[in-house]
Design a protein around this ligand. Sequence first.
Ligand code: ADP
Ligand code: MG
Length: 256
Amino acid sequence: MTLPAAASPDPTHDELIRIVGCRQAYHKESAADLVVLDDVHLTLRSGEIVGLLGRSGSGKSTLLRIIAGLLPPTSGQVLWKGRELDGPVPGIAMVFQSFALFPWLTVQKNVELGLEAKGVPAAEREQLAENAIDLIGLGGYENAYPKELSGGMRQRVGLARALVVHPDLLLMDEPFSALDVLTAENLRTDLIELWAERRLPIKSVLLVTHNIEEAVLMCDRILVFSSNPGRVAHELSVPFAHPRNREDPAFRQLVD
Ligand code: ADP
Ligand code: MG
């Protein structure tokens, strides 16, 4: 008799993240535990930009921290390329809402930080950081300090710091929400263009946002997150938002 194959991790070759039945409860001293995520399931594959759209307080940042390996879930499974994730991995990088730059370090040094942690030699660090800074449109600002830059430029530094490690998966936690409308639009447009031209050294993006227009314009799949507790309640595909479909009349009608 042949037994059915065991349910061992056996992802298709392009599967990056698989989350199965994830739950997160925060302990509260004087009240019942706060259940922030319950029964979250999701899969992220190589090559896609996925949006995670949900209200403030619904647990989106919590879920991102879990995927980044910064927070072990209360229960449930998080698989990175088919293996249980048990801490940060080099293949995942994150961009934060509030940039999270070190004010006492130059742009160049802020960007090099991710590489230092990986033990990349100094000369190579310098070159990789310069490439990332150029790519994101900040060439010439290597020796500036964060306080000398505008919000949009600071978030470009945050992006360069994430891109410099050439992660397979880029996590972005409301990366444009601290920026004014025009600055956010410039940065979004630049990112969409770099992605379409395949110049970003990444394979996949998970973009957290509470801006539905942004999700529709940037993502080819949108996970709609419910609140109390957070879970993936709906999934929408936006076939025309994919860069290769940007000339589609349906997409042009939306953006022109
Ligand atoms: P979102 O990013 O969708 O706004 P968060 O994941 O930041 O949501 O927060 C979800 C809920 O969990 C909020 O009610 C928040 O106050 C609470 N929370 C977040 N982090 C912690 C923590 N470290 N300890 C306790 N409660 C937390
Ligand atoms: Mg958040």
